[in-house]
Design a protein around this ligand. Structure first.
Ligand code: MG
Length: 253
C-alpha cells in the first residue's frame, strides 16, 4: 500500500510538471490572426513630490488616502497612520497585510526611510515587503550605512544580497518594482519549483530572477513548507517610522 501511494504521488507530481511544460501554440511569423495583447494605459511615473498614476489594470493597494485594503497581522484594522498621502509604520502596531491574497504578480511599492536618519545597521529605517507574507524584500536605509550584505536594502533577506546598492538618501522616495513567481508544490507537498524574484530598486536591476531558498526567517534559512498559490502581501513593522506610498499590484496569469 505504501508503495502504491508513493507511485500515485509520483504520477500526480509528473502530471503537475507536465501541466507546466505545455508548449504554447506555434504561430507563423507575422500571422495577422494572432491575438493582439490587451491595451493598458501605463499611467505615469512618480516624481520626488508626487506619486505617479498606476497602470489601468493594476489593483491599487494604497493610493495615499486610506488603509481599507489592509489588515493588522494581529487582527482587526491596520494600525498604521495615513498622513500627507503616505502610510507610516506605527511602532508596536505590528505588520499589516492585504485583505486580498496574491500569488504570481508584478508589484510596485514606494518607500522612504526617516529623516533625519537615526540608528545603525538593521535599526536604521528597517521595514520590509513580505511577498505572500513569507518572502521578504528588505526595506532599510542602506545609504552610506553598513550592515550585512544579505540584509541591506533590496536583499532577499538572509538569502541574496542585491546586485548593487542603488539606495537614495533617507527622506527621499525610493521605488521597488518586483516580478514575483511563487513556489509550486505537488499534491504530496513536495516542492516542484522554488519562488523567484526580479527586483528593480529605483529602476536599477538588483535581483535577477533570483530563486529563494525558502521563507524568510531571522538567522535561519528554513525549507519550504507547502502553501496555497495565493496569500496576502505584507509590510513589516520593525519599529522604525518608514513610509509607503503608491502601492499597486498586477496579477500574472
Ligand atoms: Mg525588514
Amino acid at each position: 500500500m505504501i508503495r502504491h501511494s508513493a507511485l500515485a504521488a509520483a504520477a500526480a507530481t509528473a502530471l503537475a510538471l507536465a501541466a507546466f511544460a505545455q508548449p504554447p501554440k506555434e504561430w507563423a511569423i507575422h500571422d495577422m490572426n494572432r491575438p493582439l495583447p490587451r491595451v493598458v494605459d501605463p499611467g505615469t511615473a512618480s516624481t520626488a513630490d508626487q506619486p505617479g498614476r498606476p497602470p489601468s489594470d493594476a489593483v491599487v493597494l494604497f493610493d495615499g488616502k486610506d488603509l481599507s485594503r489592509w489588515r493588522a497581522d494581529k487582527g482587526g484594522a491596520a494600525g498604521w497612520k495615513v498622513d500627507n498621502g503616505a502610510m507610516e509604520v506605527v511602532k508596536g502596531t505590528g505588520g499589516i497585510h492585504t485583505e486580498q491574497p496574491f500569488g504570481d504578480a508584478q508589484l510596485h511599492v514606494e518607500w522612504r526611510t526617516p529623516t533625519p536618519a537615526s540608528g545603525e545597521g538593521q535599526e536604521r529605517g528597517n521595514s520590509g515587503v513580505f511577498l505572500m507574507g513569507l518572502y521578504e524584500v528588505q526595506v532599510l536605509d542602506s545609504y552610506q550605512s553598513r550592515t550585512y550584505a544579505d540584509g541591506q536594502a533590496a536583499a532577499l533577506y538572509g538569502q541574496s544580497p542585491p546586485l548593487v546598492n542603488a539606495s537614495r538618501a533617507p527622506g527621499e522616495w525610493q521605488t521597488y518594482d518586483i516580478v514575483f513567481h511563487g513556489p509550486r508544490f505537488g499534491p504530496d507537498g513536495a516542492l516542484l519549483r522554488p519562488a523567484r524574484a526580479t527586483v528593480l530598486h529605483n529602476g536599477v536591476l538588483v535581483q535577477d530572477n533570483q530563486a529563494l531558498t525558502g521563507p524568510t526567517a531571522h538567522q535561519a534559512r528554513p525549507p519550504y513548507k507547502a502553501h496555497p498559490e495565493k496569500l496576502p502581501l505584507g509590510l513589516q513593522d520593525h519599529g522604525n517610522p518608514v513610509r509607503y506610498r503608491n502601492v499597486w499590484v498586477r496579477e500574472l496569469s
